[in-house]
Structures are given as C-alpha cells and as structure tokens.
Design a protein around this ligand. Structure first.
Ligand code: FAD
Length: 413
C-alpha cells in the first residue's frame, strides 16, 4: 500500500471548552466527590427550582440519554407540585425531555435557550453538504438507551461501532496488548491512594515494555474517556463502565432526534438567562413569572448564574465537587481516502504525549472521504492554544498521517 497523503479540503474544529454555554464536554466528579451529590442536586429546591442535565443523573452521567432521563425525572417532580406554568432553561436533551413531557400533560411551558440553535452539546453541523455530529455522536449503552429506542421507532439509519476492535497503531513500534495492560493495571492499583500517585508508582515498578503498554492504556481508557488529567480523576473511574461495544451513531446526525424532541415546543432562542429569582410563590426569569423553573444548563454555567436568594448552601457546596471533562473534535474532509480503511471505521492512535487518539472514519457511512478525530484532557490545551482552526486541522491531519504510516509499517513487518 502506498500512501499519497493530501491535505483536507474542508474542516470543522470544535471549541466546547471555550464555549461560554458549555465550558467543557461533560461533567465529572473531582477526587473525593461522591455520586450521592448528583442525587442531592437533582432534589427540588422549595418545590420551585429543579436542576436537571447530564450532571444530575445519579444512575449514569455525561451522556445524551443521561440528560434525557434527568429531564424526565425533573418533569415528574414538577408534576408532584401544583405548578401549571413552567420555564425550562436550556434546549439540550434534558430541557427538551422535560419540556415535551410537561407540555404533553397540558402545562404551560416556555423554553429559554441562550444559543441560536437547539441541542446544546449535541450539534449536527454541515461539512461539504454532509451532516456531521461535532458534539455527541454515539448512542451509548445502546440496549438501555431511550434515545436509541426513539431512533429505532423513527427508523433512523444507524451504524454500530465496535470500540474493542480499533484499527490501532503506536508511534514507536508494534502495538502492545492494551486491553491486557489495562486489566492488569485495574487489578493491581491501590485504590486507597490518589489515582495519579498510584498509577505513577504502578508504572514505576513495571518493565520498560509493560510500562509502555500500561501508559498507552491509561491515555486511552482513563484520560481520553474522562477528558481529564489523572490528578483530577478519582480511583472510582477504574470501576466505572467504559464505552460500550454496541454503541451506534447516526450517519444523518443526532439532529433528527433533536428535531423530533423539540417538535411543537415553545422555544425562545437567543434568550440567555443570567438571573433567577425565586421564593415560595414562584420564579421570575428574564421578566417572565412562572410557578416553577427547570434549569438544565451545564454545571460551570450554573455556578455563574445569579440566584436570588442564593441556592441553599448544601447545593452550592456540592457544585464545587464537579468539574468538566475536556474533549474536542476535528472533522476533516478530503478529496479521496488516502488512509487505510478499517472494518467499522474506528481508529486508535497511541502517541507520546497523547494527541488525536481516537478517530471515526465516516467515509463508508457517508459515501464521501470524511473523518472525525477526538482529543482530550491536557492535550486540548497543547494542541489548541493560540492556533487558528486551520492550524489545528492541519496538525490533526499530520497525526492521522503518522497513524497511517505506522499501520503501513506494521503491515510490512
Ligand atoms: C465533543 C463531545 C462528544 C460527546 N460525545 C458523546 C457521545 O458520543 N454520546 C453521548 O451520549 N454523549 C456525548 N457527549 C455528551 C453529551 O453531549 C452531553 O452529555 C449531553 O448532550 C448534555 O445534555 P444536557 O441537556 O444536559 O446539556 P446541554 O446539551 O449542554 O444543554 C444545555 C442547554 O442550556 C443552554 N444554556 C447554557 N447556558 C444558558 C443560559 N445562561 N441561558 C439559557 N440557556 C443556556 C445551552 O446552550 C444548551 O442548549 C459528548 C459531548 C461532547 C462535547
């Protein structure tokens, strides 16, 4: 196989971390933070304020259906009150689930959305006339995902990704057994110590070859997954369910599910909320009075909102235990596919320091040479700071080329 690498003809680079209405990709608990905090924060405040969103789902967080389920839960809590008029802040999946449920029950619901579009951290952008998800892409935990059930009902085109079978390469030689290295690490790590320290000690006791494999496993399974450096992760992540093997994405985009959920709702775009006044009688937001408010903004935005009176101290304290994972995407469009094709389009690149570690080749799904890369944690800062989108896209393309050369080299061995 010869590689005639050509530069992309178009690209889309995301900036979720700098976006004032997301300030990151998804919530994470800082070391010491307990999952019970997610439950506490989803408890209604005085029967008037209801917090919802992916962060406030104690069963599963960080995913689109976490947001959806949390919105349903908030709506159910509102129906336990006498509220008839409700303001929902945010038109992401949490806000849309809450608003559509309450409206279907006959309540008067208004959705206030800061952006000029619905969807929040779900955004199907257009690149070269093709729909591409530049926020969430996969329907995760597929078998128990209500959005997956809706996608099936709507008969939306879907594609499965097998995360356990990537077409993978490492920068410095043959690929080690990353899964085995991760399993060994999980079994051996001292969970009573801070995760970063335990991992440093663990790596220090390994042979050079095993250390290399374990370091790649840490980059792929912990840092890229959570979007955070080890110092901000608790040992609990070692026991959390990782990405699933039956996850599916929608080649025509998540937008189809958003439009379905938003159908018939009273959504006011370009309506950022800064202040929420509330008391035992009701709420007042952007000059509108209502009986209750369901607020679905991401955690960092929530911390910046001005509540009058302030949220109860336990809530404010609980919010301090949260941070946001950092994850960005680049989508590159080419005139032709010059990189090796893989079964379902899932690629992994193990580099040091880590960079664009995960790719989804959409060429077969869309019928045009398009590929999406993911970068996470500290690597975002390293690769984004003081760069234009064009520079970021060209550097990502260079990493894709390095991966392709490594695959070629491995095949020739
Ligand atoms: C790059 C990336 C990849 C991801 N990949 C996946 C994936 O493959 N699968 C998956 O399941 N999940 C994925 N996620 C996570 C998923 O997108 C989120 O967990 C989910 O969309 C969050 O929904 P939400 O309704 O809780 O919040 P949001 O979608 O953030 O919705 C909140 C809404 O509130 C609005 N808002 C914010 N501030 C204000 C304000 N002051 N006034 C009014 N409105 C405001 C926002 O504009 C937004 O529309 C990914 C996220 C990112 C960023």
């Amino acid at each position: 196989m010869t590689l005639e690498i050509s530069p992309p003809v178009a690209w889309h680079v995301t900036h979720w971390c700098d976006d004032s209405y997301s300030q990151g990709a998804y919530s994470a608990l800082l070391p010491g933070g307990d999952i019970a905090l997610r439950r506490l924060l989803s408890t209604p405040v005085d029967g008037r304020l209801f917090l919802a969103g992916e962060a406030f789902n104690h069963d599963h967080s960080a995913m689109t259906h976490s947001a959806w389920d949390s919105g349903l839960r908030a709506a159910a809590a509102v129906t336990d009150t006498s509220a008839r008029k409700v303001i929902v802040i945010g038109a992401g999946f949490a806000g849309l689930a809450a608003a559509s449920t309450l409206q279907a029950l006959g309540l008067d619901v208004q959705v206030l959305e800061a952006r000029d579009r619905i969807g929040g951290r779900v955004h199907t952008a257009a690149l070269g006339g093709h729909a591409v998800d530049v926020g969430a892409a996969w329907l995760q935990q597929y078998e128990r995902n209500p959005l997956a059930r809706r996608a099936e009902q709507l008969n939306l085109q879907r594609r499965t990704t097998d995360f356990s079978q990537p077409l993978a390469a490492a920068w410095d030689g043959p690929l080690p057994d990353i899964n085995l290295a991760y399993e060994q690490l999980r079994q051996s790590i001292d969970r009573s110590q801070p995760l970063a320290l335990s991992i440093e000690r663990y790596l220090g006791n390994l042979t050079t070859a095993n250390r290399r494999a374990a370091a790649f496993a840490v980059d792929a399974n912990l840092i890229l997954e959570a979007g955070l450096p080890l110092t901000q992760l608790s040992a609990q992540v070692l026991d959390e369910e990782g990405v699933g093997h039956g996850d599916q994405f929608l080649p025509q985009g998540y937008r189809q599910l958003l439009d379905d959920a938003a159908y018939g709702l009273n959504i006011h775009l370009n309506h950022p909320v800064q202040q929420i006044s509330w008391d035992g009688q009701g709420v007042q937001i952007n000059g509108v009075a209502a009986d209750a408010c369901i607020c679905t903004v991401p955690v960092p935005v929530l911390k910046q909102l001005c509540f009058t009176p302030a949220l109860p101290a336990a809530y404010r304290q609980a919010l301090e235990s949260f941070t946001m994972g950092r994850l960005e995407k680049v989508v590159l469009q080419f005139e032709r596919r010059w990189w090796p094709a893989s079964g379902d389009g899932y690629l992994r690149w193990y580099d040091a320091p880590p960079n664009w570690g995960e790719w989804l080749d959409l060429t077969d799904a869309l019928g045009t040479p398009l590929i999406a890369g993911l970068i996470a944690g500290d690597a975002v800062e390293r690769h984004f700071a003081a760069k234009t989108d064009e520079q970021i896209a060209m550097e990502a393309c260079a990493k894709l080329a390095a991966w392709a050369c490594a695959i070629k080299r491995n095949n020739e061995l």
